[in-house]
Design a protein around this ligand. Structure first.
Ligand code: ZN
Length: 452
């Protein structure tokens, strides 16, 4: 390994120049006026893979933005890792909030500032350069590697699942490695072993067939908005515990080791309050705040529609009200089952004279990749060697839906290797990526190939 690591140390300037070129391409996948740039970015990635020594490079059509594929499959009887990343980026507005130009990378205070620096070009590029270092120094890889680099992650990955289905054989691997996550804090490298899922419902409560005078009819008809309020209040207790029968049945218990790891992290109530702009932290008192966002499912009303919302008063009983309600799920909850339980429960709460419609808008399965798996353990050793500190196994509060697709379609678990920093401003103005994490990430990738 030493010769590979020495090689990486000598190439910092080259890596930085190449990363700058990558970041200059305006691959905003949701903006069709940038389709030419997005395609040029796929071509850039393909040619960089080629000069890095990767073989069988292909730009594959998806019906949307293309996928870049490449592999190096010469380690007979050794496992195969699929390295996943995305070359597309988010739009840049509000442009006036940027201190520098989003597609003209600038280095300041040890960080590189540009759209895509952290999400996901910088992190993905670290993996490509780790592979390149092995091939340059050792003329071989210790395992088999495939790259699957998409261009639609930031616009909903519309074609990704069908692409995975169609290219199951090409993409077959023992596990997927991806870096689209961040360290808990500086000095606290981590590996995410679970991501929450989602069940997003919309309920519409229908009452009278036309607006009624609340003086003439108040007290004799069920008011859809009152009913909606009553139903919402019945979903949770004051502490946030969800009251839907059976809701917690499939919630996986965390291990004692996991909980111990969470406790060692520098979580700070005051900082969380500052980030959220609230005067107090709220939630289930028998769980710590980190446990509440990582290992507990939650329920939130995201929007309410209904009734008179104009200036002044209007004494009306309206015909209908709608609520958008999302539930963040944890392993091993199933969003299809949860949607059914939710629907049955809210329908039971609706009084006579009220028709209730419930529909599932979107969902994502939660995923769990236990820390005990040999792939996660390999990643942990690679992180420790590259950054000098054992990573903590944490969970993530949000979802990365493609990890479930990899599991379902390719039967391959994911290894979520964090390289970012929590304040990298992903999707926002002044996105940045730490150069220390970038160069460390290249070493981590080189060690990872060895440890996988
Ligand atoms: Zn993103």
């Amino acid at each position: 390994m030493e010769s590979v690591i020495r090689f990486i140390d000598k190439k910092h300037d080259n890596y930085l120049n190449e990363l700058r070129d990558f970041l200059k391409i305006q691959s905003i996948s949701s903006d069709s006026t940038k389709n030419g740039e997005t395609r040029r970015c796929a071509e850039w990635v393909a040619s960089n893979l080629k000069s890095s020594g990767v073989e069988n490079i292909q730009i594959l059509e998806t019906g949307g933005h293309p996928v870049v594929y490449g592999d190096y499959l010469h380690a007979a009887d050794k496992p195969t890792v699929l390295i996943y990343g995305h070359y597309d980026v988010q739009p840049v507005d509000p442009i006036e909030a940027w201190g520098t130009k989003p597609f003209e990378p600038v280095i300041k205070g040890g960080n590189i500032y540009a759209r895509g620096a952290a999400d996901d070009k910088g992190k993905l590029f670290a993996f490509i350069k780790g592979v390149e270092a092995w091939l340059a120094v050792r003329k071989a890889l210790p395992i088999n590697v495939k790259f699957f680099i998409e261009g639609e992650e930031e616009c909903g990955s519309t074609h990704t699942d069908s692409f995975l289905e169609e290219h199951k054989k090409l993409l077959a691997a023992d596990a997927v490695a991806l870096s689209d996550t961040a360290w808990f804090a500086e000095g606290f490298p981590c590996i995410q072993t679970a991501l929450r899922g989602l069940c997003y419902m919309e309920i519409t409560v229908k009452g009278p067939d036309h607006d009624l005078h609340s003086g003439s009819f108040g007290g004799i008809v069920a008011n859809p908005l009152n009913v909606l309020g009553h139903i919402i209040a019945g979903l949770q207790d004051e502490d946030g515990k969800i009251l839907i029968p059976g809701f917690y049945d499939d919630v996986l218990k965390p291990t004692d080791e996991e909980l111990e790891g969470f406790k060692k992290l520098p979580y700070n109530d005051a900082e969380m309050k500052r980030c959220a702009g609230v005067s107090s932290i709220w939630g289930e008192s028998e769980f710590t705040p980190l446990e509440r966002i990582w290992i507990r499912p939650t329920l939130d009303v995201n929007g309410l529609i209904g009734g008179y919302t104009g200036e002044g008063s209007k004494t009306v009983i309206t015909t209908r009200g709608t609520a958008k309600i999302s539930m963040r799920l944890v392993a091993d909850q199933n969003p299809v089952k949860i949607a059914k339980q939710f629907e049955q429960y809210v329908k039971k709460m609706a009084p006579k004279g009220i028709e209730l419609e419930a529909k599932k808008l979107t969902s994502a399965y939660p995923v769990h990749f236990p820390a005990s798996s040999k792939f996660v353990q390999g990643a942990s050793r690679a992180m420790e060697q590259a950054f000098g500190k054992k990573p903590t196994f944490i969970r993530e509060a949000f979802s990365i839906p493609i990890t479930y697709s990899f599991l379902k379609i390719l039967n391959a678990p994911s290894v979520l290797i964090a390289l970012g920093h929590p304040d990298d401003n992903l999707h926002g103005p002044n996105e940045k990526f730490s150069l220390e994490h970038f160069f460390g990430g290249i070493k981590m990738a080189a060690y990872f190939l060895n440890e996988f």
